[in-house]
Ligand binder design. Structure first.
Ligand SMILES: NC(=O)C1=CN([C@@H]2O[C@H](COP(=O)(O)OP(=O)(O)OC[C@H]3O[C@@H](n4cnc5c(N)ncnc54)[C@H](OP(=O)(O)O)[C@@H]3O)[C@@H](O)[C@H]2O)C=CC1
Ligand SMILES: CC(=O)N[C@@H](CCC(=O)OP(=O)(O)O)C(=O)O
Length: 334
């Protein structure tokens, strides 16, 4: 049995993690932590999320001594902001814990990436170099021996799962940069109230055009440049990405479907549509990424959908835990 700690448990991703880990047969969900001065310290998780009443009535611990917590846990999930994860991860790692970080703090092994896109100087380049990127379906071998798993961003997960099978077979014309138009629900911005993400204010609008930090995350891990434009939509959760790309040769619908099936048959958390394209409602509340496509000559349009809080964050983190500790990859998820 693994003793687990979730830091940032009162947040949207943290609460989803708590739900999965609480029902995981190989995990003892021992501690739910928030910041030392959190207004939620001492409350029950189920006070904040009444759907968890009678299921997870654990108190939120205001964390004053991460070192002491490190000694009591085997696995630590950091569902905290990038800067907080950046500072906390080394404390837990030095104590021997296996760390699953849901933030962007350890996703790209290039310190300059952090000065350019995150606005801070990375202080732990030794751990950054050791971190394994947790794109679960593609990184299983590396995850199995990792101590620090950097769970990918929400938008990058859906984009990479759709593009990787074709890129790996050199079937995409990389001179024609894949164009990723993505729309996310407001939970992507976290739980703290803000006018920018209030449902009365939000309609449908692109943001971060040419500047969003997920563009270099996607491009680095795919090994090819992309155009990435996120949009904020007026719905709570889910991400839909429509990706336009060009093939190196004309392929039939059946040939493309076969490529996706070869990549993902045996990977139950990625579902391929042989006909039509998926809608958000097929994945919201579920740990899947669903992928469909349409092809016209050499032009291919991929549609990739997921729940940003699940396959884009918490369920992918649990999938990584399952891979890391040799459990069935869908344990507690399905
Ligand atoms: N939301 C999403 O769709 C996705 C989020 N992520 C990443 O996951 C992480 C969490 O995101 P999300 O759940 O949305 O964020 P939230 O804002 O909803 O939650 C953040 C959590 O961190 C806690 N916290 C803040 N400061 C500290 C601290 N110093 N020490 C301990 N706990 C702290 C907060 O509680 P309190 O402030 O009360 O202490 C809260 O529990 C982020 O890095 C985000 O980028 C990744 C993919 C998708
Ligand atoms: C809708 C919305 O605001 N989405 C967030 C991304 C979600 C996320 O948390 O991803 P990271 O872990 O990489 O930060 C954003 O665009 O910043």
């Amino acid at each position: 049995m693994l003793n687990a700690l979730i830091v940032g448990a009162s947040g949207y991703a943290g609460a989803e993690l708590a739900t999965y880990l609480n029902r995981h047969p190989e995990v003892n969900l021992a501690t739910l932590a928030v910041s030392a001065k959190s207004e939620d310290a001492g409350k029950l998780l189920s006070d904040l999320y009444p759907q968890l009443k009678g299921r997870i009535d654990l108190a939120l611990h205001g964390m004053t001594d991460p070192q002491a917590l490190a000694e009591q846990h085997d696995v630590v999930f950091l569902a905290t902001a990038h800067e907080v994860s950046h500072d906390l991860a080394p404390i837990f790692l030095s104590a021997g814990c296996t760390v699953f970080d849901l933030s962007g703090a350890y996703r790209v092994n290039d310190p300059e990436f952090y000065t350019n896109y995150y606005g801070f100087t990375h202080q732990h380049t030794d751990w950054l170099a050791k971190a394994v990127y947790g794109l679960a379906e593609w990184q299983a071998e590396k995850i199995q021996t990792a101590q620090l798993i950097a769970v990918p961003g929400c938008y990058p997960t859906a984009a990479q799962l759709a593009l990787k099978p074709l890129l790996d077979r050199q079937l995409l014309n990389t001179d024609f940069w894949p164009v990723i138009n993505a729309t996310s629900g407001v939970s992507g911005a976290g739980r703290k109230a803000s006018l920018k993400t209030s449902l009365c204010e939000v309609s449908l609008q692109p943001y971060g055009i040419f500047t969003h930090r997920h563009q270099p995350e996607i491009a680095t891990h795919l090994g090819t440049p992309v155009i990435f434009t996120p949009h904020l939509g007026d719905f709570p959760r889910g991400i839909s990405e429509t990706i336009t790309c060009q093939l190196t040769q004309t392929l039939s619908r059946e040939e493309i479907a076969a490529i996706f099936h070869q990549a993902y048959d045996g990977q139950p958390l990625v579902r391929i549509y042989d006909e039509g394209v998926p809608a958000l409602k097929s994945v919201v509340g579920l740990p899947y990424c669903d992928i469909g496509f349409a092809v016209e000559g050499q032009y291919l349009i991929l549609v990739s959908v997921e729940d940003n809080l699940l396959k884009g964050a918490a369920s992918q983190a649990v999938q990584c835990l399952n891979i890391r500790f040799n459990f069935s990859s869908t344990l507690s998820l399905l």
